[in-house]
Design a protein around this ligand. Structure first.
Ligand code: GLC
Length: 617
């Protein structure tokens, strides 16, 4: 028995859902539960299969990758859906996890780990609203965000998708994003459906338990091929890639309920209408087949009346050798829509077979379809399936970039500031070193333009170097990517960065700085009186040894397209306000985070200096 819907529809909308459900054939119902990725959908499929949704996975972009071509692509799918027998509108989904990040020219906001350091729900709410406008501009009304992961082992490549390690920090920010994406009402023209993910305890998996990649054969399946890692996959797997992500978690139920469940309770209370299931397992049972957690806890105990979507081919992992059994078990566990993503008709046939054999009840299918249609009705899709193209003017607009810069400024955490290197002097020359000082791709990290992200000018924005030159005057800022040279400076700013990654591709056994990074810092050290180190990373890194040689250390996380925000704070135009939302391990032995782990700094720390008179908290 499903819970009552927390957002009762207006009577006419409820009547529409009831009428459609009564008229739909079994195949039309199953079509609504089917979500292929856009490159696997042939012309005519949406109408022929009555598809309920299509998605762009990370990097699932049109060519050319422009806001206009995104809008054209999504609108074409929608037109097909409206031409189907019952004309049920399509719900197109994307990972707009830090802005509409697949789209070149969109505003890229700091990843969640940086927003967690702001502890500012109002800021995150405004980011949600700005993101919704840019997403709706492309006719998309569903984003697979917020992640409410609570990463317990920062060797996990998805650590940066978490706001923090404490539900007291995560829940208010997740609710704020949901409220921002919703705007004035779910059925308002620019509301965007959030997907609260990944249910549940995705951040609790243990190192070494992931089975996502066969480490002997290193077989690259169709999904991993999208990452386009080529030969580097071998090197990354040796460094620990795919050791944690999608693994198994062994926490007890009390910990699951106390730490990992609260953000879902808060999100449901805020009216969330979609939850995405985690790839991971809990005590050996894959979440995608976990009826007790999905149906009994999420839908029953927590009263979730929205719909549950699987993760990308997450269903397949339940029984890797028996797809049909996997489909039956996932739907019976409470999954309502399946992110297939490649072969819609194989999924449809498997579920049809399950219903015809009686292994999946018609009532379960009807419950799933009712949840999906109710969410579409709540979004006002039936009355207004297309958004206003005038919204395209909001994509990457100055107001949104100003908001992103504000978020960057508030996300920075000052962890060391000896010797008064900050604020950067507004007289004399400044040396800036590190390729990452002038690299928007390094600032953005994964989930940017492509799934894994990438170095270089991948989209528009301002680098940290550009920002410093704007703040101090270009002639005063000397840049040397490799810190080579002999001249000496009062102050040097060294920017180092993790290589962009996403998901398990970013799992690592070690979190030390690379030899190349340490050598760059050594060269910079010799050329200045005061050394300011800025780290662009998706997580705390092990910096205990080299820290002694740095006068100032700033954690900048993955700030996104507006690197000028970093420069504004380094130059004292704005104060440091950020505070860690993650514990910072002293050594590898302090991973995963346990009560006995030693930390260099703990969550909550950060020197909030109104620069010029550093006041540490
Ligand atoms: C990915 C991620 C999920 C994302 C989905 C669609 O594998 O696990 O967070 O929303 O697939 O891209």
């Amino acid at each position: 028995m499903s819970a009552s819907h927390p957002l009762p529809l207006r009577p006419e909308a409820q009547h529409l859902v009831d009428r459609l459900l009564a008229e739909m054939t079994l195949d039309e119902k199953i079509g609504q539960m089917t979500q292929p990725e856009k490159n696997s959908v042939r012309p005519g499929d949406v109408a022929r299969l009555s598809l309920g949704s299509v998605l762009s996975g990370g990097g699932g972009n049109p060519d050319p990758n422009t806001p206009h071509s995104w809008r054209e692509m999504v609108s074409a799918f929608q037109e097909e859906a409206l031409a189907s027998r019952l004309g049920i509108p399509l719900l197109y989904g994307v990972d707009a996890v830090h802005g509409h990040n697949n789209v070149v020219g969109a505003t890229i906001f700091p990843h969640n780990i940086g927003l967690g350091a702001t502890r500012n729900p109002d800021l995150v709410r405004r980011i949600g609203r700005a993101t919704a406008l840019e997403v709706a501009a492309t006719n998309v009304r569903w984003t697979f965000a917020p992640a409410v992961s609570l990463p317990q082992d920062v060797r996990w490549g998805r650590s940066y998708e978490g706001y923090g390690q404490d539900p007291e920090v995560v829940s208010p920010l997740a609710v704020a994003l949901i409220e921002g994406l919703r705007g004035e009402a779910w059925n308002a023209p620019t509301s965007v459906l959030p997907s609260v993910k990944h249910f549940v305890a995705d951040g609790a998996t243990a190192y070494g338990t992931s089975q996502r990649v066969n480490r002997a054969t290193l077989e690259v399946d169709r999904t991993l091929a999208i990452a386009q890692m080529g030969e580097s996959l071998v090197e990354l797997v040796e460094q620990g890639a795919w050791q944690i992500d999608q693994g198994d978690s062994f926490i007890d139920e009390a910990t699951l309920r106390a730490v990992h469940l609260p953000p879902y309770q808060a999100a449901i209370k805020a009216g969330a209408l979609n939850v995405m299931v985690s790839y991971s397992a809990w005590q050996g049972v894959k979440l995608h087949g976990h009826r007790a957690l999905i149906t009994d806890v999420l839908k029953g105990e927590l009263g979730f009346g929205g719909f549950v979507v699987s993760d990308w081919a997450g269903v397949d992992q339940i029984h890797p050798d028996d797809y049909d059994r996997s489909v039956i078990d996932s739907i019976n566990a409470g999954v309502d829509m399946v992110m297939v993503p490649f072969n819609a008709e194989r999924f449809i046939a498997a579920l049809r077979g399950g219903v015809e054999s009686g292994e999946v009840s018609v009532e379960r299918v009807d419950d799933a379809v009712r949840r999906i249609l109710t969410a579409k009705a709540a979004l006002g899709l039936f009355g207004r399936p297309q958004t206003d193209s005038a919204l395209l003017d909001t994509v990457g607009c100055e107001a949104h970039r100003d908001l992103a810069r504000e978020a960057v400024r508030e996300s920075l955490v000052l962890l060391k500031n000896d010797g008064g290197a900050l604020p950067l002097p507004r007289t004399g020359e400044l040396l800036v070193v590190g390729e990452a000082a002038d690299d928007i791709g390094a600032q953005c990290g994964g989930w940017t333009i492509t799934w894994m992200g990438g170095r270089g000018e991948t989209t528009s924005g301002t680098s940290i170097l550009t920002g410093l030159r704007a703040e101090l005057g270009g002639e005063r800022v000397q840049y040397s990517a490799d810190a080579s040279g002999e001249s000496h400076f009062p102050v040097a700013v060294a920017v180092i960065a993790e290589e962009p990654y996403a998901e398990g591709m970013g799992d690592r056994a070690e979190l030390h700085l690379s030899t190349e990074q340490l050598r760059l810092l050594e060269r910079a050290r010799k050329r200045c009186d005061r050394l300011v180190v800025v780290l662009l990373s998706g997580r705390p890194m092990i910096v205990t040894e080299p820290l002694a040689h740095w006068d100032t250390f700033v954690a900048a996380w993955l700030p996104g397209s507006e690197g000028r925000g970093v420069a504004e704070v380094l130059c004292g135009a704005h104060p440091f306000k950020g505070r860690l939302s993650f514990d910072w391990p002293r050594s590898r032995g302090d991973l995963p985070r346990t009560p006995t782990a030693q930390h260099l700094w703990t969550a909550g720390e950060g020197l909030t200096a109104v620069l010029g008179d550093a006041v540490s908290t």
